[in-house]
Design a protein around this ligand. Structure first.
Ligand SMILES: C[S@@+](CC[C@H](N)C(=O)[O-])C[C@H]1O[C@@H](n2cnc3c(N)ncnc32)[C@H](O)[C@@H]1O
Length: 232
């Protein structure tokens, strides 16, 4: 993928912009605000209602913002979270070190972001006493379960944070939802900032129960979907 550059967003936090795709990594209305709202509030907190140790899979690791906020939140709450992120186009660490996220972060989030930035790709890293993370330098296609370490299965939560359906149509193909469904445990949760009707219909077809939630600032809606136990 082509080069990316820093841009400012509405809450003062940076995002990255891919000029070739004409697409930002986060909302213009606020990168850190959006990330906390969609992935931590609607995703991580919800998943911790069911278990006190969760495994998160992110499609589109990008800058590691969602990962740092999630790991930081778990540490602050004394809960355990393991994170695996798929990313075929790693952002250079030199660029990540210029991002102003740390001025919006708690100490735990800062610590997580630094660890994620410094970590090698494709190697499991232990962070603190009970957390682990792995950044996997591979891209998702229809059937991507084989890209994930078998011992990390099943996941409790999927963050689907690909570029938008208008920019990367192939990332919003219904075959991908089937794989997401299969790699979640019963009760598992899928969240995305996207709220397109077609995505909701395709998620339902893959077996998910779909909720439309109010979106973060600047977005009317977002999607949260669940793999409900079969007899629920
Ligand atoms: C909206 S950005 C994600 C932002 C990121 N979650 C963060 O916290 O900074 C989309 C990301 O998806 C990545 N991507 C592109 N093709 C992909 C693929 N086939 N599989 C997984 N990720 C992909 C892009 O390189 C980009 O980093």
């Amino acid at each position: 993928m082509s080069t990316v550059r820093l841009v400012d967003t509405g809450d003062g936090s940076h995002s990255l912009r891919n000029d070739a795709l004409n697409e930002n990594y986060h909302s213009w209305h606020g990168a850190v605000t959006e990330s906390r709202y969609v992935f931590v509030e609607a995703g991580v907190k919800e998943a911790f209602l069911l278990r006190d140790r969760i495994r998160v899979l992110e499609v589109g690791h990008g800058t590691g913002l969602n990962a740092a906020l999630s790991l930081g939140y778990a540490r602050e709450q004394g809960l355990a979270l393991d994170y695996a992120g798929l990313e075929p186009f790693p952002v250079p660490a030199e660029l990540l070190r210029q991002i102003n996220y740390p001025s919006f972060f708690t100490d735990a989030e800062k610590d997580a972001f630094a660890a994620l930035t410094d970590a090698s790709w494709d190697q499991e890293t232990a962070w603190g006493e009970q957390e682990h993370f792995i950044k996997i330098e591979r891209g998702v296609q229809a059937d991507f379960q084989g890209l994930l370490p078998a011992e990390w299965m099943p996941f409790d939560l999927v963050f689907y944070d690909a570029f938008g359906p208008e920019k990367q149509t192939e990332m919003w193909d219904k075959a991908i939802w089937k794989t997401c469904f299969d790699l979640l445990r019963e009760g598992g949760i899928f969240v995305t900032y996207c709220a397109k009707g077609q995505v909701k219909r395709d998620l339902r077809e893959a077996g998910f129960t779909v909720e439309t939630l109010p979106g973060p600032p600047g977005k009317r809606e977002m999607i949260r979907a669940r793999k409900l136990p079969q007899n629920a």
